[in-house]
Design a protein around this ligand. Structure first.
Ligand SMILES: [Zn+2]
Length: 256
């Protein structure tokens, strides 16, 4: 039952993330301005703002102008719902101060991650506000909950990831990787720590290479085309977060 409410909560946050993405794209205040149809400017009523449902009931169309609503809206809502639910089931250890803080922390992190994922995919830019928020939140979380020697390993992981990206950035004069990825590396380290950061980077590069080869095979992109790296870093981050230790022990068993 609680799982259902967490999923529902994720859908609502997803709908809010769509609004935030729209504001990042066109400007204006997120809190003061009403949600509008991006095509005709018609102010949406409450029943046109129901996550996923309104999209299905209205058959992808704006009730005012009949224009097509982007699939981004229900997809982001569903993605947020599923990610919230699966992380909740993964970390929930019962009602306690630490338990509640952990859930709030991970839901906040996921929200910013989803924002970056979609924005980078569409515009090839990682928004500063999102990545700075992630760095700040993950840094203070580590500071509060980890011992001094543990924190050192988190800082090491942050330096490793961002330092590696910065090197790629400098060597390629920003062609292979963007400054946003370098900043994201700092968060990735603080969030995953050592040695999960290695798994995260490894997965990001493997998935990135596979998708790159597939896009070239289908001739959607050539070798010179730009592909945003942020979404792959995020896939790496989440895979390492959930399965990092399993992957590591599987690999070590294989190696020895
Ligand atoms: Zn419209």
């Amino acid at each position: 039952m609680i799982g259902f409410f967490i999923f529902l909560f994720g859908l609502i946050i997803g709908s809010f993330l769509n609004a935030a993405l729209y504001r990042l794209e066109v400007g204006g205040s997120l809190v003061k301005e009403r949600s509008r149809c991006p095509l005709c400017g018609h102010i949406l009523k409450w029943y046109e703002l129901l996550p996923v449902l309104s999209f299905l009931i209205q058959k992808r169309k704006c009730r005012s102008c009949g224009g097509k609503i982007s699939f981004q809206y229900p997809l982001v809502e569903l993605l947020t719902g599923f990610l919230f639910l699966s992380t909740f089931l993964y970390i929930w250890a019962g009602l306690s101060f630490q338990g509640i803080i952990d859930v709030v922390y991970i839901f906040t992190v996921l929200s910013f991650i989803i924002l970056i994922f979609v924005f980078d995919l569409k515009h090839y830019i990682i928004p500063n506000i999102a990545v700075y928020s992630l760095i700040t939140i993950s840094f203070f979380y580590s500071l509060y909950f980890y011992s001094f020697s543990e924190i050192l390993f988190y800082i090491l992981a942050a330096f490793l990831a961002s330092g590696f990206f910065l090197l790629l950035y400098v060597v390629s004069s920003g062609k292979w990787i963007g400054m946003g990825d370098v900043k994201y590396g700092v968060f990735m380290g603080f969030f995953l720590g050592w040695p999960k950061i290695l798994i995260g980077l490894f997965i990001a590069y493997i998935v990135g290479a596979l998708v790159g080869v597939m896009l070239m095979a289908f001739e959607k992109k050539n070798i010179k085309s730009e592909i945003p790296f942020g979404p792959f870093l995020i896939v790496g981050t989440l895979t390492a977060y959930f399965f990092g230790m399993d992957i590591l022990s599987w690999y070590l068993n294989l190696a020895y």
